[in-house]
Design a protein around this ligand. Structure first.
Ligand code: NAD
Length: 359
């Protein structure tokens, strides 16, 4: 027996931030990163809240470390909010989830409304049960997994994403694509998750390079924001695969942005998983068949499964070229000697990563 649930209420489209006006007579804590405050992007949230009803904690950094979560718990205990608003990319939302989860246990309360407002179109964290926290000492990332981490409400307002620089648009957009593809070939994939993943994949190929080329293209921004959320809903059901297992370890060790690491790995992981070398035309792996189905969905030449897989890989590389993306780790200033000195450790950590189980 399988089940499919979506706990998070999703408000989307231009103007959806107005949903915040429904919060009345509540104490609010906003957790965000410094950019949101310095750029005044946070004002788009604050205009919808009653003056004096909120406190702001804005110390979240990319790949949030345990230390930031600990400081956030102290602020949470002091404010003791009724409503928590997580504003930012995956890092701010993930840190908020961990801060809230530990604080609720300390304060012995369950009564907190959690609203996630993503400002990147990438992680889908606004609808997932995951929070990825970095252990700087050990140089690795730990996913916390619990349905208690799911936001009650996600607000997807494309207005907030317009300021994302083009290289972050590219990185985060490739994260969306990796989520959707890994969900589609996961051992836990099913008709419901496939429907979400298929739509996300189509949206990425149609709108990502448009959002990259013109950050003010509000239609492209909105579609990529929706794609990110759809892919998040898909992988929340199916989990992911070794693309993410390896990316988690590399992210923790070398701090290459998460989406960029996923993007570099994606063509290699597809070729590895499809295992098309040595297969006859009639005997392909489940993954190879699913990759070929994605090609068909995109209208690419799929006269046989092998062709389908190859054309999917080529289409991904084309998208990367359109966005001037790097395609190997040395272009990300990862020293090959540093990498080879820890490759066994990386392999062991990646094998033990939770995402490997569903590859
Ligand atoms: P991020 O949150 O780390 O942000 C990257 C940079 O973009 C930051 O410098 C931030 O200030 C900036 N930024 C964010 N919004 C902006 C905006 N609107 N305008 C201009 N700049 C903006 O990046 P991310 O890719 O969204 O999140 C990555 C993190 O999420 C990683 O730690 C990753 O492991 C995690 N993750 C979580 C899940 C999940 O399900 N919880 C899934 C995938 C990844």
């Amino acid at each position: 027996m399988h089940s499919f649930e979506i706990k998070t209420k999703i408000k989307f489209g231009e103007g959806s931030l107005k949903a915040l006006q429904e919060i009345q007579n509540k104490k609010i804590l906003i957790i965000t990163d410094p950019f949101m405050v310095e750029s005044k992007a946070i004002d788009k949230i604050l205009v919808n809240l009653k003056e004096g009803s909120y406190e702001v904690f804005s110390d979240i950094v990319p790949d949030p470390p345990i230390e930031t979560v600990v400081s956030g718990i102290e602020v949470f205990k002091e404010v003791n909010p009724d409503v928590l608003i997580a504003l930012g990319g995956g890092s701010a939302i993930d840190a908020s989830k961990a801060i809230m989860d530990f604080s609720k246990k300390i304060l012995k309360t369950n009564d907190i409304e959690f609203i996630a407002i993503p400002t990147t179109s990438g992680t889908g964290s606004e609808v997932t049960s995951f929070s990825v926290i970095t252990d700087k000492q050990k140089g690795t990332k730990y996913p916390l997994v619990s349905d208690d981490l799911l936001p009650n409400v996600a607000i997807l307002d494309p207005e907030l994403v317009k300021t994302v620089p083009n290289f972050i648009t590219a990185d985060t957009g490739m994260d969306v694509l990796t989520h959707a593809i890994e969900a589609y070939v996961s051992t836990e994939a099913n008709d419901f998750s496939d429907a979400l993943a298929e739509k996300a994949i189509k949206l990425v190929f149609k709108y990502l390079s448009r959002a990259y080329k013109d950050g003010n293209d509000i239609e492209a921004r909105e579609k990529m924001h929706n794609a990110s959320c759809l892919a998040g809903m898909a992988f929340n059901q199916t989990s992911l695969g070794i693309n993410h297992s390896i990316a988690h370890v590399l992210g923790g060790k070398f701090h290459v942005p998460h989406g960029r690491t996923n993007s570099i790995l994606l063509p290699h992981v597809i070729e590895y998983n499809a295992d098309i070398v040595g297969y006859t035309n009639t005997k392909y792996s489940m993954a190879a068949n699913k990759y070929a189905q994605i090609s068909m969905l995109l209208g690419l030449n799929t006269s046989n499964v092998r062709m389908g897989v190859k054309n999917l890989v080529n289409e991904i590389k084309k998208l990367q070229r359109e966005m001037n993306m790097v395609t190997n780790l040395s272009q990300c200033k990862v020293n090959i000697y540093d990498l080879s000195s820890v490759e066994n450790e990386i392999a062991i950590l990646a094998i033990n990563d939770g995402c490997t189980k569903t590859n």
